[in-house]
Design a binder for this molecule. Sequence first.
Ligand SMILES: [Zn+2]
Length: 161
Amino acid sequence: MRSRMCNKCRVFSPVDEWDYGCPSCGYDNGHGNGYFSEFPGVEVIPDIPRFKSPDGAIIEGRKQWRDHLKRTDCVEMGHSDMKVAKETWNKRQEKHYDRIKNAANIVSDWSDPNPKSLDAPIRRNDLAVEMANRLHGRPAPDRKTMIKLTLDEMRRINGRR
Ligand SMILES: [Zn+2]
């Protein structure tokens, strides 16, 4: 329940009981009976119950919690904030995968003299394992040789099935 503090007697009373002035002392902001006083008190929202913050501090009320967040440079996140953050992260990941896919397409178009031989799908893992075996114990090849070896290995794997 919301309550309002009287500016004069400092007593909190439920908002419903405020009519023309403070239910406790009758203070009406100097307007007299029958005239609704505009700002006879301060309206307050019920405070939050005492709790322990994630960093161990005991928080006794709303104001202390606000100050605590400011002091520790934290932002309080509700369920909806977490949802937005997760969606943003997913979108970034999708974009990243698209970039990788596009890069792979460009490389194969540009370097493969016989694209038909690459039609059969090769599981990434098979190729990676074969390439690792093939290069094991040898000096790292230059870029051109590496591409040639990779295409050669892809054809070899395709020919095997
Ligand atoms: Zn009062």
